[in-house]
Design a binder for this molecule. Structure first.
Ligand code: SAM
Ligand code: SF4
Length: 342
């Protein structure tokens, strides 16, 4: 069969074309899907091993100047209570993660200019000074100059998802964003020496399987190191509130193919996947994923960072459970108390 021809190509170490990837993503028969997943799992094991990398995310502000149609903290959304963490609170949350032994912290927010570049640089420098952790930023589009300043202050990685490589779909979901600008930002980040993170959503309105194949080739061509693939999930009080969520199966197939195509990359078992399926992270870890992001936003703010309905607040316990159920190993750097190990 067509499918078998592509499996042979993979085993021979040949590069996959867009058409090949589409056939893999279209796999429906149980045996084919199982074959795809087991190859991805083997690649994951051979390339990055059994240890699951754990990172902590601090969602420090849910104010946003933009109105992405899918997002529960978009500017026009009135159902969320807005908050901004103070510099001290952010440092404290980072120090707490460091105490757990975590080595990389992700600072994420809406596009919120309240934190000007000097403030962000000061936060980055202080986290570096007090914890020596790697710092990932996920704060949206900025000028090249700003990306440079943040990099010089000590930021190591930057997560800016392309969301979709289909221009029409991109335009339809992003009233304030321009596709070419987004690509330019990704290029700047790369030039400036950031470890580059991207990703997409599965199940966006108008998105086709071909588009997902194109996304995966884009991640490869751009040399993306951290690829967050999650289902689109409807959010309250947004234009996409009543759209159906993306498919778990398609998300898992996209993760598997991305591992096979992009090889040595960080592939998170995303929060969105954990939100639509309580067992979603375990499933992702078994088809190529190797990273989990703990939500480490202080309790009092957590519920307000509601990107979509029923967001799962992935904590250390649920992360450990997913890792154990997937027969994988916890990183040695984790320092858990007895309570957390239960
Ligand atoms: N504002 C920054 C940005 O857009 O890059 C960072 C924060 S934004 C909330 C982080 C990610 O959340 C986006 O890249 C998007 O993929 C994801 N997200 C937002 N709304 C979502 C939804 N309804 N379903 C799934 N993922 C969503
Ligand atoms: Fe703002 Fe990011 Fe949400 Fe878009 S995806 S509305 S930029 S927080």
């Amino acid at each position: 069969t067509e499918f078998q021809v592509i499996i042979n190509k993979i085993e021979l170490g040949h590069e996959l074309t867009k058409e090949d990837i589409i056939i893999l993503l279209n796999a429906k028969e149980a045996l084919e899907v199982k074959t795809l997943f087991s190859i991805a799992d083997r690649f994951r094991k051979e390339i990055v091993g059994d240890v699951v990398e754990i990172r902590g995310a601090i969602e420090f502000s849910n104010y946003c100047a933009k109105s992405c149609n899918y997002c529960g903290i978009r500017k026009g959304c009135n159902s969320t209570k807005r908050y901004r963490m103070k510099e001290e609170e952010i440092i404290e949350a980072a120090v707490e993660l460091n105490r757990l032994g975590i080595r990389t912290v992700i600072l994420q927010s809406g596009e919120d200019d309240y934190y000007d570049i000097d403030t962000m640089c000061s936060i980055i420098k202080r986290i570096k000074l007090e914890t020596k952790m790697g710092i990932t930023l996920s704060i949206g589009e900025k000028s090249r100059e700003d990306y440079l300043k943040l990099r010089e202050a000590g930021a190591n990685n930057f997560l800016l998802k392309i969301e979709t490589t289909n221009r029409e779909v991109f335009k339809n979901i992003h009233p304030d964003n321009d596709y070419d600008t987004r690509i330019e930002c990704a290029k700047w980040l790369k030039e400036l020496g950031y470890v580059n993170g991207s990703g997409n959503m599965i199940g966006l309105p108008g998105q086709k399987i071909e588009d997902i194949a194109e996304d995966i080739l884009y991640f490869k061509e751009m040399g993306i190191h951290m690829i967050g693939i999650g289902p689109f999930l409807p959010a309250t009080d947004t234009p996409f509130e009543n759209l159906p969520p993306g498919s778990v199966d398609m998300t898992l197939k996209a993760i598997a193919v991305t591992r096979i195509v992009c090889k040595n990359v960080f592939l998170p078992a995303t929060t969105a996947l954990a939100s639509i399926d309580p067992d979603g992270q375990r499933k992702a870890l078994e088809v190529g994923a190797n990273t989990i992001m703990l939500i480490s936003t202080p309790e009092k703010y957590r519920a307000s960072y509601q990107l979509y309905k029923n967001k799962n607040m992935v904590d250390i316990k649920s992360a450990i459970e997913a890792i154990k159920n997937a027969n994988r190993r916890l990183p040695k750097y984790l320092k858990l108390t007895e309570k957390e190990e239960l």
